[in-house]
Write a protein of this length. Structure first.
Length: 175
């Protein structure tokens, strides 16, 4: 949402518990992170679980062309409903049957749009899927889905703490 961008810089913060370089391919303990532009990331866990964060890819001018087509995804984590974060979530989930992890209100919206594998969760909760523990945490931002001139309520924005099989932790806070 352009008007939001004017007031809140879109700064993806990738805070690693271990002192590992930002945007490195291999961040440690077998976790691979690929920055896909804007706030989108692909993460591959030590046991090859493929996680997309805020997959704004097809219309993202900063996503490398070879990364726009997603063949495999197990989990999609979406921080909030703005299109430059929710992006291709529905299309990727339909193609791969990836589980979409979101706050419940955004989950309801995605269900209405045809998503079948949505795990709604709330802040403070932890969901474990594919051996990956995902905790939803608070984030300071706004969240809605814009359709035409309508802004549809999409719950609170959220961040995530991801705990991988190798005990590596990653905190995501995309605004
Ligand atoms: Zn936003």
């Amino acid at each position: 949402m352009k008007n939001v961008k004017l007031f809140l810089p879109l700064v993806p913060i990738l805070l690693l518990i271990f002192s590992i370089p930002l945007y490195a391919d291999e961040i440690g303990k077998g976790v691979k992170v690929t920055f896909l532009g804007h706030s989108a990331f692909k993460i591959v866990s030590p046991k090859d679980v493929v996680i997309y964060i805020d997959p704004y890819l097809s219309k993202n001018p900063k996503t490398p062309a070879e990364m726009k087509n997603v063949e495999k995804a197990d989990l999609i984590l979406v921080t909030h409903g703005h299109m430059d974060h929710m992006g291709d979530t529905l299309a990727i989930a339909e193609k791969t049957n990836a589980k979409i992890v979101v706050i419940p209100e955004l989950g309801k919206y995605l269900n209405k749009k045809g998503a079948k594998n949505v795990a709604g969760m709330n802040k403070g909760g932890t969901l474990t899927s594919h051996g990956i523990a995902i905790t939803m945490v608070h984030a300071l931002h706004s969240s809605s889905v814009t359709e035409g001139d309508q802004d549809i309520y999409a719950g609170d924005p959220a961040g995530f703490i991801i705990r991988f099989e190798s005990s590596c932790h990653l905190e995501i806070s995309n605004e």
